[in-house]
Design a protein around this ligand. Structure first.
Ligand code: ZN
Ligand code: ZN
Ligand code: ZN
Length: 357
């Protein structure tokens, strides 16, 4: 039995029991960290590229020549993966407040068995004297790419998105203060990626406008919204869903207060059922219009059989009859029964909420 020298603590130990390990037993047992946190000289980094800069921090990507020191479970020893890509994080405007820097460094992990971003060590830019956290390359999978500092879930940074909405999307030209205020307030209350960006939508955005129902209170049209609603895409950020089929609903001869009350009965949360995308105004009649989800259509397109049935029922419907498209999918108890039953049977027996008008 020849003694081996532990790569971690330098002690000699008998390697009879753990011949393939190059750490002594106490080190293997006591060391719960997978990464050996170290001082990494700045000249170890090359290909340094600025990735993002926020108000309080900046992150560069770089290649670490010798690579950070970590325990390899495969090789069962400490190894360096040379040429490893890392993220270099600077804190800005901290005026040499080393404590602030160290406190942030402590929020990262040297342990691979958790979901917290890994930190390999600390470095210092020799020119600016700024301290640098040397972090795992996937920094922006866990932190916002705009402000560089907020920990995010589903790529959503609330404060950055609210700022974006403020700058890019708030368009209030309704000519009515209450409606403008309502749009602004609704947009600024967005706090997750599943919210609709409630908008003022110019009327010329709508094509293929067809009346589908009208009485003394309401007029309802189907239409195609050319640009379509905004939605938040995890990877790409904000995008629009063009040529969206929507419903335009107006209150006949209603004063604005009633209009807004009706608007408030709809939801901007994609998980809900009665979605509203925004408000528009018919320029010739000056009537305000709610842009709401064509919810039956959205569900029926997923089911060709049911959709064909709807088309058939619509073709049989005389004008001024209650329109079949208005019966939402979840108001039916039994879809197969509907497909087999006649319209009047369906109408009287299964339509739980009753007709709209
Ligand atoms: Zn040891
Ligand atoms: Zn952010
Ligand atoms: Zn349809």
């Amino acid at each position: 039995m020849s003694p081996s020298q532990c790569e971690r603590c330098g002690e000699y130990y008998d390697d009879d029991l753990n011949a393939e390990f190059e750490w002594c037993k106490p080190c293997l047992i006591n060391n719960s960290n997978d990464i050996v946190f170290e001082w990494i000289p700045y000249n170890q980094f090359y290909n340094i590229i600025e990735v993002a800069k926020g108000d309080s921090s900046k992150v560069n990507s770089a290649i670490c020549k010798n690579g950070p020191l970590s325990y390899s479970y495969l090789k069962k020893k400490l190894t360096r993966v040379s040429g490893k890509k890392v993220a270099l994080k600077y804190l800005l405007n901290i005026q040499n407040n080393t404590n602030k820097f160290l406190n942030e460094a402590k929020t990262y992990s040297v342990n691979c068995s958790n979901n917290i971003l890994k930190i390999y060590g600390i470095s210092q830019n020799p020119h600016t004297k700024d301290y640098i956290m040397v972090l795992h390359n996937k920094y922006f999978e866990k932190y916002c790419k705009i402000c560089c500092s907020t920990r995010i879930e589903h790529n959503w940074c609330n404060s950055c998105n609210i700022n974006l909405i403020r700058k890019k999307f708030i368009n209030c030209n309704s000519g009515n203060k209450e409606i403008d205020d309502y749009i602004r307030e609704t947009q600024l209350n967005i706090n997750n990626p599943y919210n609709i960006v409630f908008e003022w939508i110019p009327y010329d955005q709508f094509g293929n406008i067809n009346e589908i129902g009208k009485d003394n209170t309401y007029a309802v049209y189907s239409a195609i919204w050319k640009d379509g609603p905004l939605y938040y895409e995890y990877m790409a950020g904000w995008a629009r869903e063009p040529n969206k089929k929507v419903i335009l609903k107006c209150l006949q001869n209603a004063i604005n207060e009633f209009f807004l009350n009706e608007v408030k009965t709809y939801s901007i949360n994609y998980d809900d059922d009665n979605l509203i995308y925004g408000i528009s105004q018919n320029p010739s009649t000056r009537v305000y219009v709610m842009i709401i989800q064509d919810k039956y259509h959205e569900k029926c397109v997923k089911n060709g059989k049911i959709d064909n049935f709807i088309q058939e029922m619509r073709a049989n419907n005389k004008p001024d009859n209650i329109n079949f498209e208005f019966i939402s999918y979840n108001q039916f108890n039994d879809i197969t029964y509907i497909a087999e039953g006649g319209f009047s049977k369906v109408y009287s027996a299964i339509w739980k909420d009753g007709p709209l008008y």
